[in-house]
Write a protein that binds this ligand. Structure first.
Ligand SMILES: CC(C)(COP(=O)(O)OP(=O)(O)OC[C@H]1O[C@@H](n2cnc3c(N)ncnc32)[C@H](O)[C@@H]1OP(=O)(O)O)[C@@H](O)C(=O)NCCC(=O)NCCS
Length: 310
């Protein structure tokens, strides 16, 4: 079935062969195979996230397959699937944005077939992405500098295993990602009021959804993972307990540019998001940084003691 298609080949932890392919070129070259793998992957995506969070298949198709083909810029989308014995067992979608003289990859979603959790397939999808020849080809033009994603804040009561345990461990360990915060003059740590806009339902605009903004630096294709251990950056009262100098930071202008570009991407195309809501989210984030020179980054796990942004 995958004859003549170039795949990234890996193995699960128990030694089963996994092929990873990007569905974007397949969309043009083999519609039949594309339709099979896309519908299997979307099934996994749809049961892995709450209904309100899931984009429709037509929007996913427009964003990941139609748009990159029409677009002539360096910016590209990737919809990767992990295939075992011809069937999709997971998906990851990411897109590349150029900001000034560098590029950033936005990590949209990853979801693995629930019968295949913890077998190394999620890690393999990311490995395949970072070994993609396209990333090397843009390195001389607009080097890839940051991996960005938005996630739900873990809570202290451990009610949701995925939100409170699996994802924070996955993001910290596999992606080395850390969460954006503001540190005030008395070393109290505050979440950036980062939210994603809501999809309109029945023509009504739902309230924005608070998320954490996560970032990993990238240098020559390698993730520069956070080195601070979870549980050592802030205490239960939300005070900084490690040396501030140990934390990664971005100056406010650069950090804001990346965050605001990410939020603006919700406006692209016939998105179903409200421009007004998007502008209000941006305004609140800009205001929260009035007194700060820097945005700091702490382990995802440590944010569970902080107030969620309202
Ligand atoms: C999060 C998710 C993508 C991980 O995929 P996966 O293929 O199971 O992950 P891997 O097997 O590659 O595991 C990678 C690391 O994640 C952590 N991890 C994965 N499952 C875990 C679990 N049940 N408990 C604790 N840690 C876990 C481990 O640290 C693991 O590394 P290790 O095995 O070397 O210790 C998968 O659980 C999933 O699809 N969840 C539902 C959708 C979702 O939450 N997506 C993320 C938000 S976009």
């Amino acid at each position: 079935m995958l004859n003549n298609i170039k795949t990234f080949v890996g193995k699960t932890k128990d030694g089963v062969k996994v092929d990873v392919i990007d569905l974007t070129p397949l969309y043009l070259s083999n519609k039949k195979l594309f339709n099979k793998l896309f519908s299997e992957s979307q099934k996994i995506y749809n049961y892995s996230f709450p209904k309100w969070e899931c984009e429709t298949a037509s929007r996913v198709k427009w964003w990941y397959f139609d748009k990159p083909i029409k677009d002539n810029s360096l910016e590209r989308s990737f919809y990767l699937t992990s295939i075992i014995n011809g069937d999709s067992k997971g998906m990851a979608c990411l897109f590349l944005k150029v900001i000034d003289d560098f590029s950033v990859v936005f990590f949209d979603y990853i979801a693995i077939d629930k019968n295949y959790y913890n077998k190394g397939i999620g890690s393999l999808l990311l490995e395949a992405f970072f070994k993609n020849p396209y990333l090397r080809s843009i390195e001389r033009k607009k080097p890839l500098k940051y991996l960005i994603l938005e996630v739900k804040k873990p809570e202290t009561n451990y009610r949701d295993k995925n939100r409170d345990l699996v994802r924070p461990v996955f993001y910290h360990k596999i992606l080395g990602a850390s969460a954006a915060v503001i540190i005030d003059k008395t070393n109290n740590v505050h979440l950036i009021p980062f939210c994603s806009p809501s999809i309109k339902k029945n023509r009504r605009i739902q309230p924005p959804v608070p998320f954490l903004f996560l970032l990993t630096e990238i240098d020559k294709g390698n993730l520069e993972k956070i080195t601070i251990e979870p549980g050592t950056a802030i205490n239960q009262s939300g005070k900084l307990i490690c040396d501030k100098k140990k934390l990664k930071r971005l100056d406010k202008i650069k950090g804001l540019k990346i965050i605001l570009t990410f939020i603006d991407s919700y406006k692209d195309g016939n998105s179903g998001y409200s421009d007004l809501q998007i502008e209000n989210i941006k305004r609140r984030i800009i205001k929260s940084l009035d007194e700060s020179e820097y945005i700091y980054f702490i382990p995802v796990h440590d944010t569970r003691y902080l107030q969620s942004c309202k």
